[in-house]
Design a protein around this ligand. Structure first.
Ligand SMILES: [Cu+2]
Length: 132
């Protein structure tokens, strides 16, 4: 588990180095088919406790998609002797973004799997964060 943790830590360091605005929200961006999905966590770094999460989905033309349904599944990768920590909650649409609050109950690596339904089709995009 230690080696895995080291690898995960290295990955997370690289992840945080790519964050766009250092003193502000943690931000990450990924493509989901033709859509660009951005997550913003107002806690930077994310903490054990409540972490407001904002999601933005843009089409190839840069228009923000407002008709999606966004389910946020966040979990710790399974660890030995650790009870499963896996939570799912819908994000609420607010203006042209989607919001919810993740309650991270342990420090370490977490995966945020966004299940985005658009036009009746659900796709998943995953992000990794590290709670301090
Ligand atoms: Cu854990």
């Amino acid at each position: 588990m230690k080696t895995v943790n080291k690898l995960i830590s290295l990955f997370l360091i690289l992840f945080f180095l790519t964050l766009s605005s250092p003193a502000q929200a943690a931000e990450a961006r990924k493509m989901l088919g033709p859509y660009e999905v951005t997550i913003r966590i107002s806690r930077n770094p994310p903490i054990v406790g409540d972490n407001p999460l904002e999601i933005e989905i843009k089409d190839p033309g840069g228009r923000r998609i407002t008709e999606a349904q966004v389910l946020v599944n966040y979990y710790m990768p399974p660890m030995p002797r650790m009870a499963p920590m896996n939570f799912t909650e819908p994000a609420k649409q607010k203006g042209d973004r989607y919001q919810m609050v993740m309650r991270l109950i342990m420090d370490g690596p977490w995966v945020i799997a966004l299940k985005i339904t658009l036009g009746g089709k659900m796709s998943t995009v995953k992000f990794q964060i590290n709670a301090r």
